[in-house]
Write a protein that binds this ligand. Sequence first.
Ligand SMILES: Nc1ncnc2c1ncn2[C@@H]1O[C@H](COP(=O)(O)OP(=O)(O)OP(=O)(O)O)[C@@H](O)[C@H]1O
Ligand SMILES: [Mg+2]
Length: 220
Amino acid sequence: MTYIEAKNIDFAYPKRKKVINDISLKIYKKDITTIIGHNGGGKTTLGKLLAGILKPIDGDVFICGNNTKDMSLGQVGKKIGYLFQNPSRQIFTTNVCEELLFLSKLGGKESTEGYGEMERLLNFFELWEKKDEFTFNLSYGEKQRLALAAILMNKPEFLILDEPTTGLDKLRKTRLSRYLTRLEEEGVGMIIISHDLDFVKAHASRRIEIARGEIINDTR
Ligand SMILES: Nc1ncnc2c1ncn2[C@@H]1O[C@H](COP(=O)(O)OP(=O)(O)OP(=O)(O)O)[C@@H](O)[C@H]1O
Ligand SMILES: [Mg+2]
């Protein structure tokens, strides 16, 4: 089943020239799709278009058959968990614990269930001892793990991760790999945008390379 489909999409930031040029693409949930390519090639922009965070200026993106132009961010967020390239951009509260519970409350979960899930995720990402810390005191890698834990709170069925290994040391990268493998086994679909070719190699079943806003390679 096609999970996300892009049909002839173009994108330009306001008053700029095009950065995505006539891309058509079908993403399947059973694949682990990776998007690679040089800096500035349009990976992040494409990721946001596929997640419905940005809307194409021409062409359409469909998530489970729904045009992202007709979907609110809330509707998209129920389907797709999106990890931003800069984790600070998606940390909303001042306290580590609150960050996870805040999002689970938005997801409408019972608080006891939310608390159990929070404990499990904070332990897994080795953040339990930071649970009462101010989020702005965390290191870059800790923020990255917190942001990831937070998007996993609502158990999205599909993840788009933009450079998830940035700022992680080798041990944390291995742990992230293990956790993603577990999610893959649970049937969570994934797009991983990454410069980290070893990490890509470990997870990808499909590799899409983009340059200057176009797909230059698509291999399985
Ligand atoms: N908010 C913005 N406003 C204007 N131009 C932007 C904006 N964000 C990105 N761009 C431009 O769009 C192009 C594609 O950027 P994008 O961030 O998608 O590339 P990328 O492949 O993710 O790069 P990187 O590997 O550095 O993360 C670049 O030329 C960039 O300068
Ligand atoms: Mg990027």
